[in-house]
Design a protein. Sequence first.
Length: 208
Amino acid sequence: MFAMKPWNVALVLIAVSLPLSCAAPGVSSAEPKDPLPAPDAQEKMQALRDFGAAYEYNTDYMEALLEMSPEGYATFEAAMGMGEYREHLSLDAHHVARISALLGDDCGACTQLGLRLAVEAGVRREILQQLLSEPESLPELLKLVHEYAFEVGKGNNASLELVGQLREALGDQGFAELSVNVVGIGIYPALRRAIGAETVCPDPSLDF
């Protein structure tokens, strides 16, 4: 995490993943689980706080989940890879999709973090500025990616026409990856709301 690579390193690797069951070998999974070792929870908590400080991002909602239930946090952590997976999409398409989904979800804090991570990963600021202010001026494929991710982020169905265009442009594997990325990035604002930590965020910007 501390190398501050794109979101997958920054969040997925914030600490060693917790096992979903702490039962010893040979013990029925129905038996009570052992409590999480305190040092492991403390390490994860510190990693979250370090990440938040480095990216000026409020991680209170994830810290709250970790404090309430380390195993619940481990389950959430295991889903982080959905938003990070990238084998077929270009770097630009990957980050445009994630940021657009967050814009659709209207989560300014998460969008701001997405912008920071995109710049850090090597996405040109000119593309990101177009995405924020004039998405219709994006290159054609990125415009399609934005339209798709924004609508899904808002909780709407993607149009069959748009899905068809993206499958043709990206191939089935690329489109499947795009779909998983868009769903995966949405777990952060969803958890923020579920924990009761939703706040009014300032508009995202590239002034950093």
